[in-house]
Ligand binder design. Structure first.
Ligand SMILES: N[C@@H](CCC(=O)N[C@@H](CS)C(=O)NCC(=O)O)C(=O)O
Length: 215
């Protein structure tokens, strides 16, 4: 089984299913290539039905899209709890992950993982300003706070124990850190969202990804 990804430093979509596969302790290899070069673009054209990464090559098929790969993982590794056990939490966990998967264009546009935006380096950028990005940040802070308050009793992750939304929001945590976004200015009065951001940034699997990215 092979996960095909873009550059670890920039490809937020690649990070998400990689985290999910690691949670499953899946036996997989990684093929990383620079999608931003002309050769990388040609390779993308050749290997990817959508011209995007990530892709999972398994049993003769190519599964494309980070969410499709995560859904495949839940099917393939039913013993690993990738979604919360509680039904209400599970419904909302899927909503939260899908909201990230399909939205937050303001944040993605203004806080992109461009070549100078390392996820872990000291060269942080100033906080972005603008209606769309600020609306997105406020929404994410409110979502994180609500889920942590309602479902977070069993652990430090969004729904207590680790689940797929944590993978989907890890790149957001890196953006909040990189762009020095003060979450208290967006309704995080008591630091609940900031603590969750720090939990995501301290995940051992994420630290492994970061170390590889800087290699
Ligand atoms: N909805 C897709 C989005 C994937 C995506 O946008 N991937 C970017 C890299 S992070 C890409 O492949 N871009 C190709 C390009 O910029 O040419 C998913 O969840 O996998």
């Amino acid at each position: 089984m092979e996960l095909i990804i873009g550059p670890r430093l920039y490809s937020t979509w690649s990070l998400r299913p990689w985290l999910v596969l690691k949670r499953c302790k899946a036996d997989f290899t990684v093929r990383e290539f620079d999608i931003y070069t002309p050769e990388g673009q040609a390779e993308l054209e050749r290997v990817s039905p959508s011209r995007l990464v990530p892709l999972l090559k398994v049993e003769g098929e190519t599964i494309w899209d980070s969410m499709a790969i995560s859904v495949w993982c839940a099917e393939r590794y039913p013993q690993v709890r990738l979604w919360p056990a509680d039904a209400h939490a599970r419904w909302l966990a899927r909503s939260a992950a899908c909201e990230m998967h399909g939205g937050f264009m303001g944040l993605r546009t203004d806080c992109g993982m461009g070549p100078d935006h390392t996820m872990v380096g000291p060269d942080r950028s100033p906080p972005p300003k603008g209606e769309a990005v600020e609306r997105d940040i406020r929404r994410i802070v409110s979502l994180w706070r609500e889920m942590r308050r309602r479902f977070g009793a069993g652990g430090p992750y969004m729904f207590g124990e680790w689940s797929v939304p944590d993978a989907f929001y890890t790149p957001v945590a890196t953006r909040f850190r990189h762009f020095q976004i003060d979450l208290s200015a967006y309704g995080d009065d008591d630091g609940l969202a900031a603590a969750y951001r720090d939990t995501l940034l301290a995940q051992p699997d994420f630290l492994e990804w970061s170390a590889e990215a800087l290699r």
